[in-house]
Design a protein around this ligand. Structure first.
Ligand code: ZN
Length: 253
């Protein structure tokens, strides 16, 4: 997968092997680990689950990640620590395991980054379990069913937290990124990976549109320290990717 085995991904493995499970959340960015320590909020109150990693936390929020399906899709759970309410990003696959994790972490809503098959396989199961599924109108027909349409630049409440949905077309017409307000976190789906944009060779893909989305919606609105969490593979930052935009335009993918 793009970016796996290099950069932040390599650091992930190294640190993960050398530390205890309870510190897994430090894996991606030492800066945030130090900050968390100084703020005195290094607490993990959620019981560990198999292959589910607490990858980021502050006083208000936790982010858990696990990987499902044949294309190693990242599934994220964004959880409000005060209320215990959580949202899941991409009901991708492995619905039984996904439901077990989602239920135990308090998930009540599911936000879809886009409608490709590998990101929506567990949509019927989470809806049957009473979770509301949100997707943008342009990709809604790719889903077997859904509950609500995502607006551009709208805030989705998760307990005390807010996830802001941003329309970033290009990989698909209805691709969206989700920014966790008041944190440096942006969930990018298949719009931006370490090393470049998501593929635009599928039906509905548009290379010039994805470049515009990345440039205008991500690079112009988020600072270098913003952590980018993609739909597959390792995390990266705006500062790491921003200098390469012209290279991507020149190479055409
Ligand atoms: Zn996709």
């Amino acid at each position: 997968m793009i970016g796996e085995g290099s950069g932040l991904g390599a650091r992930h493995s190294k640190i993960q092997h050398g530390r205890t499970t309870g510190e897994l959340f430090v894996f991606d960015h030492e800066f945030y680990h130090r900050k968390s320590c100084h703020d005195g909020v290094v607490v993990w109150q959620t019981p560990p689950m198999e292959n589910v990693a607490l990858v980021w936390s502050d006083a208000a929020a936790e982010v858990h990640r696990f990987v499902v399906g044949p294309l190693d899709n990242n599934v994220y759970v964004v959880r409000c620590r005060r209320t215990g309410v959580a949202a899941l990003i991409d009901a991708a696959n492995e619905h039984e395991r996904l439901l077990t994790v989602a239920t135990s972490l308090g998930v009540t809503s599911v936000l879809e980054t886009h409608g490709h098959w590998d990101h929506i396989g567990a949509v019927p199961a989470v809806r049957d379990a009473g979770m509301d599924v949100w997707v943008r109108a342009e990709d809604a027909d790719l889903l077997p069913s859904y509950d609500h349409l995502l607006e551009d630049d709208a805030e989705h409440r998760v307990g005390d937290l807010r996830l802001r949905s941003l329309h970033t077309p290009g990989h698909t017409p209805g691709s969206a990124c989700f920014s966790l307000v008041d944190t440096p976190l942006l969930f990018t789906g298949d719009t931006l990976f370490p090393g470049g944009p998501g593929a635009t060779t599928f039906d509905g893909g548009d290379f010039s549109r994805i470049i515009t989305s990345i440039d205008e919606v991500i690079f112009h609105r988020f600072d270098d320290e913003t952590l980018l969490w993609p739909g597959h593979g390792a995390a990266t930052t705006v500062g790491r990717e921003r200098p390469h935009l012209d290279e991507w335009v020149t190479r055409g993918w």
